[in-house]
Design a protein around this ligand. Sequence first.
Ligand code: PMP
Length: 273
Amino acid sequence: MKIWLDGGLQDIEGARVSVFDHGLTVGDGVFETVKAADGRPFALTRHLDRLARSARGLGLPEPDLDEVRRACAAVVDANPMPLGRLRITYTGGVSPLGSDRGDHGATLVVALGETSRRPDSTAVITVPWTRNERGALAGLKATSYAENVVALARAHEQGASEALFANTVGQLCEGTGSNVFVVLDGEIHTPPVPSGCLAGITRALAAEWTGARETDLPLDVLERADEVFLTSTLRDVQAVHRVDSRELPGAPGPVTAKAMRIFQERAGNDLDP
Ligand code: PMP
């Protein structure tokens, strides 16, 4: 397995970053996960734009997006696989211990792992912890994912694959690694970005392609929504068949099934929408 580090391809076994890398010591890094079917990254331009936005939000040096693009191409070429997930990690570089970043450059790692298509439907839970829609990291794809890791572990304990958060004012926000949509009276709604959710790329495409609206939604909308679905790079559009103890029999329902079809068709016809 080859990864990109320090400006070129390296064998993963020998690849090393410093123990003083800021991504490790204080967690100030940003990342992207990009799907690559048969070596072709999907929506790479949108992912690179978001990487640069997140880096700016954390005050990291501006990433060289040409290098990131070259790195992605080199890594998928070097590691052929039918369905891969590219992981781009970009951190605050190497500096002595302490939380002051200083001017120590940045670290770019691009790696590829195998993945598989997700089932058409899944179970989710809600968690009691909130997303801080007014926090410094709101909307940024920062590597500090510990809160998501904890929530996802709780979901797995309860036989679910995703945990949904409300924000500090009790509005539905997002999952640990996905955005959420609900269907009410035939109309599709998803929380707006100011709710504190990540501006998901799959979310943006699915909303545009299905005519979904951005709506502030209370968390308890999940108790009455006709249908619920998730979007993410690795899930695409995925129906929800259980929220906590509420079953949604027959998921994917008709509106979700149509959204799944539209997404597959449009995404299949355009690699970089
Ligand atoms: N929210 C969070 C917290 C995520 O980590 C992800 C995965 N990147 C998403 C939403 C979905 O975003 P995307 O569709 O760009 O994968």
